[in-house]
Design a protein around this ligand. Structure first.
Ligand SMILES: C[S@@+](CC[C@H](N)C(=O)[O-])C[C@H]1O[C@@H](n2cnc3c(N)ncnc32)[C@H](O)[C@@H]1O
Length: 224
């Protein structure tokens, strides 16, 4: 049986892997980072910015859940003084610390509530949120199907789930990337676009859309 690779600086999420810093840096630097996304995973970084912009369209008093928040890249969608409750959840305290620092940098700390949580068992009530965002997350979870069910549960009817993931049917070209991620313990089993679409439909989502951008699939649905 193959042992998991243990490469210094590329440990599990709880060890704040070097990979996370590199990833965050690429997202925050549209020109160089955008080129790295294009070359590395064939994906348009602007697509992530456009999806995160949905956060900025929430009205005052709305509740947003960002899971997994990671280093807080989705905070780019939150406006200072927007008046929303923004819950940033992640299984890693190191990642939550990064999000907290990023919230300070973006001057949105007053709206951001970091919560240590497993996406498979979210400590929130049914229908607590108006918007759930989950960027580059599903492929990291040990049970992505359960994660979709939990994200659907905490979403209010009429609310929106939007996110992205490395999808298993994105092409053989990206197989080495997914396999390396699994051996290092950073990635879970992942899912195909058909599986994500099916899981969203069975949990009551409507207007389901999945669009590919290289190795990454962007999904969106409205809870019925
Ligand atoms: C690739 S990062 C993405 C984070 C962020 N959304 C982004 O786009 O940068 C994946 C994150 O998933 C978190 N994670 C992994 N398994 C998790 C779980 N079971 N529950 C919650 N978060 C988890 C990791 O700690 C890490 O911060």
């Amino acid at each position: 049986m193959l042992e998991r690779l243990r490469i210094p600086g590329l440990g599990g999420w709880g060890e704040d892997p070097l990979w996370a810093s590199v990833y965050d840096w690429t997202v925050e630097h549209p020109q160089v980072g955008g080129l790295a996304w294009k070359v590395g995973i064939g994906s348009d970084l602007q697509r992530l910015y456009a999806a995160a912009a949905e956060i900025g369209r929430q009205s005052a008093g709305s509740s947003v859940l960002d899971v997994p928040c990671g280093g807080g890249v989705a905070l780019r969608g939150l406006r200072p003084g927007q008046g929303v409750r923004y819950v940033a959840a992640d299984i890693s305290q190191g990642m939550l610390d990064r999000t907290t620092a990023e919230a300070r940098r973006r001057q949105v700390s007053a709206q951001v509530e970091p919560v240590l949580a497993d996406v498979g068992r979210l400590p929130f009530a049914d229908g607590e949120f108006d918007l759930v965002v989950s960027f580059t997350g599903l492929h990291c979870f040990p049970d992505p199907h359960l994660a979709v069910r939990e994200m659907a549960r905490v979403l209010h009817p009429g609310g929106v789930l939007t996110g992205s993931a490395l999808l298993n049917d994105a092409g053989l070209r990206y197989l080495p990337l997914r396999q390396t991620g699994r051996f290092t313990g950073l990635l879970g089993p992942g899912a195909t676009s058909t599986e994500v679409s099916t899981w969203l439909a069975e949990t009551g989502f409507q207007d389901i859309a999945i669009t590919m951008s290289g190795a990454v699939g962007y999904f969106r649905g409205t809870k019925g």
